[in-house]
Design a binder for this molecule. Structure first.
Ligand code: HEC
Length: 168
């Protein structure tokens, strides 16, 4: 008798929370703000970041069907918000050169350590899996682009203060 009410309670909660939806609409993409607008991106690297990073680090996230179900929606939305705050390829060109260089270095470090793409994301997104060759190519690209940006920075640009990303 008691269990029947517990079960009923869970069902009611599961239904009611479906009405609490985060805003999952995609922010607009301004083509002059994207990483492609300011950076030399070979097609293979462009493809790597699109398939392995863009769901969390751009304004072009592809939401899977289960992202429409609360509480999964709350969790995924918060990952995407945190991901965009840390690095947004759709807004890359709006950062100072110093910050762009820093973020490329961070991205290279994350990929080197195997921390990005997030491990929990991979089982549901096999296309985001990076081979060792993909990883090496990405690291080499990010390292050389970082050096290129730094070589074009004026002393004033070098002196700009960059807020530390979270977790450091
Ligand atoms: C499933 C979502 C997801 C995917 C896919 C993903 N990231 Fe992230 N990323 C996050 C979140 C969330 C954070 C912020 C919290 C953290 O640092 O764990 C983050 C943080 C970062 C940071 C900042 C770390 C720092 O130093 O503070 C970098 C750089 C980064 N990601 C690069 C990448 C790159 C490059 C890819 C693709 C190869 C990628 N991420 C794929 C979710 C993701």
């Amino acid at each position: 008798m008691k269990w029947k009410y517990v079960f009923l309670g869970i069902v009611v909660i599961a239904i009611v929370i479906q009405f609490i939806r985060p805003d999952m609409s995609l922010p607009p993409v301004n083509p002059t703000h994207t990483i492609q607008a300011v950076m030399n991106l070979p097609p293979s690297i462009d493809s790597t970041i699109h398939r392995a990073c863009y769901d969390c680090h751009s304004n072009e996230s592809r939401w899977p069907w289960y992202s429409q179900i609360s509480p999964v929606s709350w969790w995924l939305k918060s990952d995407v918000t945190d991901g965009r705050n840390a690095l947004n390829f759709s807004e890359f060109a709006t950062m100072t050169k110093k910050k762009q260089a820093k973020r490329l270095g961070d991205a290279s470090d994350e990929v080197k350590k195997g921390d990005m793409p997030l491990k929990l994301y991979l089982p549901m997104h096999p296309a985001a899996h990076l081979t060792d060759a993909d990883r090496q190519a990405f690291i080499a690209w990010a390292t050389s682009e970082k050096a290129l940006i730094e070589s074009t920075m004026t002393p004033a640009e070098r002196a700009q203060k960059t807020p530390q990303p979270r977790g450091e």
